[in-house]
Design a protein around this ligand. Structure first.
Ligand code: PXL
Length: 274
């Protein structure tokens, strides 16, 4: 059904991501970010993560069956045939999931495919994570138009050991070269100094985005929310560098106004920028 009088339609924006039950990361962070930034969020779930408070808050990980992921993507794409052109890819968790998602994405033209290359999740077998890394590089990285690796992921995708901002710049160049995508390589709290530094590179423009660090501890949901904010801005028509700037400001405010709990880490509050 269409309603001709409704001209101010929000941009339809899909996240293909995992559930993280406590609401800090994953699909929950993506949907809250989409809502805050004025796009209409929809989700296909790839896996369910439950922290284990009895085991040092490690992640219990259950993949969603491949057919069920394919079914969700079929429903979403049939429903929003004419209006969905922007997708964010979050935690996949297994090579089988990556195959399913890559196959489904190839069924249509996308304007924006934002890949948050979530490589390992605590609690997963390292061998399993290696398979996932390889599948992600082979099948999803070539489809991406924008990639948002954190420090660890940038090292893995570029093969460069990253100790400072010059290394981060080099990693962003390499990841752009292999993917063709715009890259925001995130130093976050991992690089020394008082600033949280990220490097943007799209093949022409190289820009260092910097904001004063808010504490030295990583906050749950920062990476997911940053990539989701980039996705929302791109869906609304922003240029990649502007999307990255807006997203960084959004995340900085979300970290300033973070939510603490009985877990040993805080969670970003997507309403922090209000
Ligand atoms: O922050 C990475 C991430 C992404 N997606 C899900 C997660 C996490 C980390 O906890 O659980 C579902």
């Amino acid at each position: 059904m269409t309603s001709p009088e409704n001209t101010a339609r929000p941009a339809i924006t899909l996240t293909i991501a995992g559930s993280e039950a406590t609401g800090g990361a994953g699909a929950q962070a993506d949907l809250k970010t989409f809502q805050e930034l004025g796009v209409y969020g929809i989700t296909a779930l790839t896996c369910i993560v439950s922290f284990d408070p009895k085991d040092n808050w490690n992640h219990r990980f259950v993949p969603v069956e491949a057919q069920v992921i394919a079914d969700q993507l079929e429903a979403v794409q049939a429903c929003y045939q004419g209006s969905l052109d922007t997708v964010k890819l979050g935690m996949m968790g297994s090579p089988a999931t990556i195959d399913t998602v890559a196959a489904a994405l190839k069924g249509r033209q996308w304007r924006n495919i934002v890949l948050d290359p979530v490589l390992i999740c605590k609690g997963q077998e390292p061998g399993h994570a290696l398979d996932t890394d390889q599948a992600l590089k082979a099948s999803l990285l070539p489809l991406a138009t924008f990639v948002t690796p954190n420090h660890f992921e940038a090292e893995s995708l570029s093969g460069i050991g990253i100790k400072d901002v010059e290394d981060l710049k080099e990693a962003a160049r390499v990841i752009h070269a292999v993917s063709g995508a715009a890259v925001l390589a995130k130093g976050g709290v991992r690089l020394a100094g008082s600033e949280a530094v990220d490097v943007f590179f799209d093949g022409t423009t190289l820009e260092v985005l910097s904001a004063p660090k808010v504490g030295e501890a990583a906050v749950s949901g920062a990476g997911c929310s940053l990539a989701a904010a980039i996705t929302a801005e791109l869906a609304k028509g922003a240029a990649p560098l502007d999307a990255a700037r807006t997203a960084k400001a959004f995340v900085t405010e979300g970290i300033r106004n973070r939510v603490s709990s009985s877990a040993p880490f805080d969670a970003l509050w997507q309403g922090g920028a209000r």
